[in-house]
Design a protein around this ligand. Structure first.
Ligand SMILES: [Zn+2]
Length: 143
């Protein structure tokens, strides 16, 4: 049985969101190549991060990938002393929101960045961050 058979069966599962998640799995492939990507609607130009497989404005799946490149402005940040279940081992860490103009990226500040260096309005970049065990995420670094 090929991979295609599995994909087709999932289509019968009946929920739109389930299919959508499968269709944005390329996000991980891009990260393995060092790129953090969002999606852009080819019809209206709206951009999405985290990536979406469908544009909610046009109700189309006519989407393309774009790279979160360049720098964003630090809008806000918050240091977490308590985390959601599953993230306790990472504490403390700092969550933040970067403004890239047409879209915003929510994520974490790089571990090696001192708290005192963080300032609202500063420019930062989004980079892929390899973790142990082949896992990965993305973090914000000083640009
Ligand atoms: Zn659209």
């Amino acid at each position: 049985m090929g991979k295609q058979d599995v994909d087709n069966r999932f289509k019968k599962f009946g929920t739109v969101s389930f299919t959508s998640i499968t269709r944005i799995n390329d996000f991980i492939d891009h990260m393995e190549k060092g790129k953090v990507m969002g999606t852009r609607c080819k019809d209206c130009g709206m951009v999405f991060f985290p990536p979406r497989a469908d544009c909610y404005k046009c109700l189309t799946s006519n989407m393309e990938w774009f790279e979160v490149s360049g720098t964003g402005k630090l809008l806000t940040f918050s240091k977490l002393q308590y985390g959601p279940v599953g993230f306790e081992g990472d504490l403390p860490y700092t969550i933040a929101l970067l403004d890239y103009g047409k879209y915003k990226v929510f994520g974490r500040i790089a571990k090696d960045m001192p708290d005192g260096d963080l300032q609202v309005g500063m420019t930062m970049k989004t980079v892929v961050n390899p973790l142990s065990g082949g896992q990965m995420n993305y973090v914000f670094q000083k640009a």
